[in-house]
Design a protein around this ligand. Sequence first.
Ligand code: TRP
Length: 363
Amino acid sequence: MADEQQVTAVGNEVSASFLAAKRLSDETLTRLDANPGAFTMLTGDRPTGRLHLGHYFGSIRERVAMQNRGVNTNIIIADYQVITDRDTTEHIRDNVLNLVLDYLAAGIDPTKTMIFTHSAVPAENQLMLPFLSLVTEAELHRNPTVKSEMEASGHALTGLLLTYPVHQACDILFCKANVVPIGKDNLPHVEITRTIARRFNERYAAKHPVFPEPAAILSDAPEIPGLDGRKMSKSYGNSIMLGATAEETAKLIRKSPTDSERRITFDPVARPQVSALLTTAGLVTGRDPKDIAEEIGNAGAGALKKYVIENVNEFLAPHRERRTELAKDMDSIRDILNDGNRRANAIAERTLDEVREAMGMKY
Ligand code: TRP
């Protein structure tokens, strides 16, 4: 419902394609429930910083659930995507290793889920050449997410930013993923992936299709606002990091802005800041934010913050404990990543070989 409203505001064309994607997502999940072993999931993150509570509820939790249901699960740490809209790779190694720490602490099991980086898998990147031939410049320019990322970056459009959705198609198709959990902003990239898979098969592999047409999986989890009611963003300093200490978390929540009305009520439109705190509390306790508001009532923002601090820290305590334990042995973390990279290379080589075969490039 909320999704429909939001999408209608952007335009009917977007709305129709969003609703079609949502329908495909729901249908695919029904089939996946019946036979999880028949599905290959690929999704991933840009290593631009640390994971926060929004990532946990929006995606990490679902990845762990798919892994544990027996889906063949793969997570790409999209290091080349970092330089689509910024000029530096400062801290990239640290960010990559910290992502691995958070995945493992959250329940990703590296014997079941392959974790790997773009930069370590040359054969995956090589798919970019045939794939680029399957899309037009006009199609690339139409991508609404690329457009908004270019505007937000304040830079001129680079060749990589314009073409990274095709690179994302390489991420998805090299391992023949058929389910791709993503947020709405990544839908155009899955759309182009489907187009590329279809065109490749039509052009080069009509008899024995090489690639599946993957379905985007859109989560039903509510989008978590940042503590100040704005979008969660590193630059706003309004997100609760999974790896922060309990003290850092308490400090962040204590200084988050509220309003002058004493009585606590849940009203995301009129009271976005108080409601963001309530939404956060609701997620970590599994309670309805309205009930929490009622319970706190006239005790005011101080009592609300105390409640949020206690419950967020209690929820994250086991994650943080596991994370601290894992971080004592960073060599093992690097080994896990290197092992994922080795496995990804073997899969990418095999797919690239099928592509060469289909294109008549075996000499
Ligand atoms: N673009 C994704 C993001 O916004 C990260 C990503 C890279 C990804 N490659 C992917 C997601 C492939 C799904 C599938 O963080």
